[in-house]
Design a protein around this ligand. Sequence first.
Ligand code: AMP
Length: 289
Amino acid sequence: MATTSTLRVVKSVSAVRAVIATWRAAGETVAFAPTMGNLHAGHMSLAALGAQAARRVVMSIFVNPTQFGPNEDFAAYPRTLAADEALVAATGTVDLLFVPDAAEIYPFGLEQAVRVQLPALSRELDGASRPGHFDGVATVVCRLLNIVTPDILFLGQKDYQQFVLMQRMIADLRLPLELRMGPTLREPDGLALSSRNRYLDASERKQAPALQAALAKVREQLLAGSRDFAQLTAGARAALEHAGFRPDYVEIRRQGDLGQADPQRAEPRIVLGAARLGRTRLIDNLFVD
Ligand code: AMP
């Protein structure tokens, strides 16, 4: 269990390694929560889980260029480092905050970078709308894991496809660490906390909980015994359109590996959705067991 300690903020790989080495020499365990910053309570909940599970907690803030497509929001992505640092310091769960610049993570440049290529699941669901996104995530997470060398990595359920793909990468590349998932933190009206919520204007913000509500309705119908997946997901897409969204997908998949769910089998499922509201793309998912 981590005790409240003074936050160290470092920018270089060598500084991270030096701090971790002193912890290792003292026999201390390390949890890690990577983020892209603009921190909210969801991010901090992963740090809190880390503090319960390990003696030391590392958080990183890095807006990773390789996971954004050419027409995506890399340049506009909210960068609020001073507020993030203040929040992390005030919360007291993080021992080391790693805030590298791109040259520190990609020393040979983006064009010449060694990249991780994920299997086919990375091109489905969110990967169908965002080509190359998950390979970019894997490329940065692999680097961060090699720098931080945590015992336990914490990722959020909100990005469930990311969680499953990172689980696969860790197993396939034999990375020596444990992966754990933190639950999705939400606003009181059900909207999942997300850095991208700040793109929403006032009227979009009012509509935004409709994504969670549409998925919750599918979940209810599944729990009530409905087995016509196509009808359920079409209903959710129609509800999203009615609320002013442009849906990318709503799907019912198997929990665990995100394989195609079999309507005839009693198996843990997950309903996932992604939709655009104005210029903002929101994602969410709910477990159905
Ligand atoms: P991001 O900064 O969006 O890359 O997210 C960093 C980590 O925080 C990822 O593991 C996310 O899944 C997790 N995360 C994002 N939103 C939430 C949330 N609302 N609740 C819990 N974890 C979250």
